[in-house]
Ligand binder design. Structure first.
Ligand code: ATP
Length: 255
């Protein structure tokens, strides 16, 4: 597996960094002092049982959830005051499990909307969308309404739209949910491709552990809002406290 750049002050300045974040919901502490670093070109798995705080952390990163304490920095800049659309314009992009908000648009229009959202003029966004759809094997679907596509293709349209936003960091919340084995393998190829060709850092939240283990360079494990473990994939896979808390003693389910 190709390892991303992992060291030096330059790497930190180019990274997405969460520092000491706390999130409270009316008396419930959902996140307790979590720090996280995502480097360009790396795939960082974020795993943990239900309620561990993974989605809340994504919402913090995308600007939909305010923090009670702590900071988020993009390329060394504190982004606390940035609105969600400013974050995505500057390269902090997330994928959704479904393209449903745009289900009535064609696949091409969906991907074009990604380019327009980051400020491309329509013609440029369209040309880019045609190229991305073709690279993702979706050229045949360009003029079909996204909501009428097979599930796996609809999911890929959502990822294509994210790619059109030229992500520096891509946040993927359960991208494999509902996909079959072949679609999971396609997804892995796509994620690796994004990582290498765009030098994009990917935060990969997924319950399918076989996929997390195959794809991720490092894994951070959350439990009850705290970081239980963080390290290279092989070390996390073998960590007894992670196995006890999350993985169980049995081997993981296949993807
Ligand atoms: N808007 C909210 N108001 C109150 N509590 C919330 C809110 N959002 C999340 N929580 C609580 O915060 C904790 C973390 O939830 P979160 O959804 O981030 O976990 P998760 O790791 O993403 O879980 P899952 O794997 O089930 O998606 C849970 O106890 C949840 O009930």
């Amino acid at each position: 597996m190709i390892q991303p750049d992992s060291g030096g002050a330059d790497a930190s300045a180019a990274s997405l960094e969460v520092d000491g974040v706390v999130v409270d919901f009316q008396g419930l502490r959902a996140i307790e002092d979590v720090s996280l670093t995502l480097r360009p070109g790396e795939i960082l798995g974020l795993i943990g049982p239900n309620g561990a705080g993974k989605t809340t952390l994504i919402n913090v990163l995308t600007g939909f959830q305010a923090v009670t304490q702590g900071s988020v920095r993009l390329g060394g800049v504190d982004i606390a005051g940035w609105k969600p659309h400013e974050r995505s314009r500057r390269g902090l992009v997330r994928t959704f499990q479904s393209v449903l908000p745009f289900a009535g648009l064609t696949a091409l229009e969906n991907v074009e909307a990604g380019g327009v959202a980051i400020g491309l003029v329509r013609g440029e966004a369209r040309a880019e969308a045609v190229r991305i759809l073709s690279e993702m094997g979706l050229a045949h679907a360009a003029n079909r309404k996204a909501g009428t596509l097979p599930f796996g293709e609809e999911r890929r349209v959502g990822i294509a739209r994210a790619i059109a936003m030229r992500p520096r960091f891509l946040l993927m919340d359960e991208p494999a949910a509902g996909l079959n084995d072949a679609e999971c393998r396609d997804l892995q190829t796509i994620v690796r491709g994004i990582c290498v060709s765009l030098s994009c850092g990917v935060l990969f939240i997924e319950h399918r552990m076989s996929m997390v283990f195959e794809l991720c360079h490092r894994i951070q494990v959350l439990q009850l809002g705290r970081t239980l473990a963080l390290g290279p994939t092989d070390a996390i896979r073998a960590d007894p406290k992670v196995r006890k808390a999350y993985l169980g003693e049995d081997e993981v389910s296949p993807c």
